[in-house]
Design a protein around this ligand. Structure first.
Ligand SMILES: [Fe+2]
Length: 412
């Protein structure tokens, strides 16, 4: 891991504007029309596999961008310029760059990368202006290795744009250096009302520049006129039509993500005919069954499912199947997925949504369920999973790192 001083040696200070904020260091390059800083956030790594990864980053003005990568920090000899149907991608909000490692990808290998951007403006179709390109700091990621003896995962949820909480979580994540960060839903304050909300919320925290982010939408993340534009900020998973369903093997752990969607029935009048989560959950059930049979997932000593809304409720809690109120647990999700999880002996569900942490012990063949806390610093939590060959330790920690609850699961 490079420290900040290393970063300063590797890149011109002008390219580090976002590290300190736009006021402290002006951006190096401007188009005549736009003086916004070029980089508007740190890079966010997603879908890290032996074959490659995706990198997203926010931009403050219209720009093209790319990723330079290599096997040492001094030798970033590969460049990936994202394009679609021949036209190089450009955005004034965010760029998403898919990086394929080809035959250079090996389990456990460290790969170095940095992002770059270049301002673009159009006077007319044949009069395009380009600003000076700038590069960000060099980061590294370590490719997952199913044979690794241990893996550590940090889970955050229900941050709801509470910046002191996000900052404290980012510091804790830096301190414990997990291999993976799961953002388990309800990232936005209440809804994504404006296109600018998405990069501002999703690509702001710096907790996934040196490790992979697994993003799981919450019920608030699918609300608002701009909620459909998440794909402009975060890369979808490999399954067509199921962008948030991912099953990945990290050392002894298989991590699977499910999208519980909204917290009320599709027919609820507040959705005005825009909700189709019930068939989506059925489709995810088919995916889940297949994913759990994949050799690298089936052979994992521990399998953990992350979803925003709990799949188990407490007595008399609303299951979200009626028009009154809203779900404390997803009755429809449980109906679709719990039989599959039981059959595959998945020992742990990790969820959020309730803004109060709790542990539901395994019961009646159902997995243990841990529920993370809420957005305010006093009820926010970081959940830490540490898997080794024979044990999976789960801790729910407060923002100072004190364990509120700890459990240890042994390989069954
Ligand atoms: Fe929430």
């Amino acid at each position: 891991m490079l420290n900040r001083r290393d970063l300063l040696n590797l890149v011109p200070a002008s390219s580090l504007a976002w590290l300190w904020g736009a006021e402290a260091v002006p951006a190096a390059s401007h188009t005549p029309q736009d003086t916004s800083p070029l980089f508007a956030g740190p890079p966010v790594v997603q879908h890290l596999t032996v074959g490659g990864f995706a990198v997203s980053f926010a931009v403050g003005q219209l720009a093209t961008g790319w990723v330079e990568w290599g096997l040492s920090p001094e030798h970033l000899d590969q460049r990936v310029i994202p394009s679609r149907a021949g036209l190089v991608d450009a955005s004034d909000r965010a760029l998403v760059v898919p990086v394929s490692l080809g035959d250079r990808g090996e389990p456990g290998r460290r790969v170095f990368y940095r992002v770059a951007a270049q301002p673009l403006s159009y006077q007319s179709a044949y009069k395009l202006q380009r600003g000076e390109s700038v590069v960000g700091p060099v980061y590294s990621v370590t490719l997952p290795d199913p044979a690794a003896p241990r893996v550590r995962v940090a889970v955050v949820n229900d941050t709801h744009e509470h910046l002191p909480t996000v900052d404290a979580l980012a510091s804790r994540i830096e301190a414990i250096a997990p291999d993976v960060v799961v953002w388990n839903g309800d990232t936005c304050a209440s809804a994504f009302n404006s296109p600018t909300d998405l990069p501002r919320v999703l690509l702001k925290p710096g907790w996934a520049a040196s490790r992979s982010l697994m993003f799981v939408p919450g019920n608030h993340d699918v609300r608002g006129a701009s909620a459909r534009q998440i794909a402009g900020c975060l890369a979808p998973g490999p399954e067509p039509g199921l962008p948030y369903n991912v099953a990945r093997r990290y050392g002894p752990l298989a991590l699977l993500t499910l999208d519980t969607g909204e917290d009320k029935p599709d027919a609820h009048p507040v959705f005005a005919g825009t909700a189709a989560y019930e068939p989506y959950r059925r489709r995810q059930a088919v995916w889940l069954r297949d994913a759990l049979c994949r050799p690298e997932i089936a052979s994992a000593p521990f399998k953990v499912v992350c979803c925003h809304i709990p799949l188990r409720g407490l007595p008399n809690q609303n299951d979200g199947l009626r028009l009154e109120g809203y779900a404390s647990w997803s009755g429809d999700g449980a109906r679709a997925w719990m039989p599959v999880l039981r059959e595959a002996r998945v020992p742990l569900i990790v969820s959020g949504h309730m803004h109060a942490w709790r542990v539901d012990e395994p019961a009646e063949g159902n997995p243990m369920q841990v529920v993370g806390g809420g957005p305010e610093p006093q009820n926010a939590t970081l959940m830490v999973l540490q898997a080794e060959a024979q044990t999976l330790r789960v801790a729910i920690q407060d923002l100072s790192g004190v364990a509120l609850a700890e459990r240890q699961l042994t390989r069954g």
